[in-house]
Design a protein around this ligand. Structure first.
Ligand code: LMR
Length: 283
């Protein structure tokens, strides 16, 4: 039977069959047999809050859901959207470790909306180079909170005839980093991004499913277990997806000096968010 928000989803014309489940009594039925689990659950920000302010409530929600994943579909790939992503992904990893089913390739923090926003804003500023925003790419690395969101504007494709620099560059980077807050403020207490985030989640899930079905060459930015920055167990960068999740972490490519400083400035915050998640999961 389709219930709740499932009824809304069931009207979308795809080949998917929609079923709705609700509450802990139905979590076993919901998860058994899943190959891909998307976790967007949690409370949203209100104006004035950071994503980290959600930790107290969302950390426990993610821990408990991932505990059920470990029990009922331990081999599933996880797409984690619940904030603060910089901490909830490490929480998920620790829970899977405790249950002896951790596969670092299978836990992906969804940072796709950062990439979508970067593409949208870049295309608006450079219409002469980017005729079609869907053909544009902007890698975004680091994490998914404030200044840990680092767009690599030196790597925009198609190549820009006038690169971003000076005040235009700093204003654009700041806008991309604060884009989630822009939505939170605009919704004035009614939550954070839902529609753009739903499309971002769909893009990421579709990429995972295509790669799981054997399609090659699918690349997405995601916050994953990585050795790109030696001090950080998790970091967002380009990843090649495969049948089992992250086939290869591709890293940041050739960054310019401004981007290198941004990455190095983000290390302390990312490390503390990762440690906070790991400590919580093991407490
Ligand atoms: C976003 O980037 O829109 C989400 O992470 C939600 C938020 O709190 O900003």
């Amino acid at each position: 039977m389709v219930t709740g928000v499932g009824v809304d989803l069931s009207h979308i014309s795809t080949i998917s069959e929609v079923k709705g489940f609700c509450g802990n009594d139905q979590i076993e039925e919901a998860l058994t047999g899943c190959d891909l689990v998307i976790i967007p659950a949690g409370i949203p920000r209100k104006p004035g809050m950071t994503r980290d302010d959600l930790f107290k409530i969302n950390a426990g929600i993610v821990r408990d859901l991932v505990q059920s994943v470990a029990k009922y579909c331990p081999n599933a790939i996880l797409n984690i959207i619940s904030n603060p992503v910089n901490s909830t992904v490490p929480i998920a990893a620790e829970v899977m470790k405790k249950n002896d089913c951790y596969d670092p390739k299978k836990i992906l923090g969804v940072t796709t909306l950062d990439v979508m926003r970067a593409k949208t804003f870049v295309a608006a500023l450079r219409p002469e180079d980017i005729k079609d925003v869907t053909m544009c790419d902007v890698p975004v690395v680091g994490g998914h909170a404030g200044t840990t969101i680092i767009p690599l504007l030196s790597q925009v494709t198609p190549k820009l005839s006038k690169p971003f620099e000076g005040e235009e560059l700093t204003a654009l980077v700041t806008r991309i980093q604060n884009a989630g807050t822009e939505v939170v403020d605009a919704k004035a207490g009614a939550g954070s991004a839902t529609l753009s985030m739903a499309l971002a989640a769909e893009n990421m899930a579709t990429s995972c499913l295509r790669a799981m079905s054997g399609e090659k060459g699918i690349v997405e930015c995601a916050y994953v277990a990585s050795e790109v920055i030696p001090e950080l167990a998790f970091f967002a960068s380009k990843c090649e997806l495969g049948e089992n999740g992250v086939e290869k972490v591709l890293g940041c490519g050739e960054m310019d000096s401004y981007e290198k400083v941004q990455v190095s400035n983000a290390v302390a915050e990312l490390k503390s968010s990762i440690d906070k998640g790991v400590e919580f999961a093991n407490a």
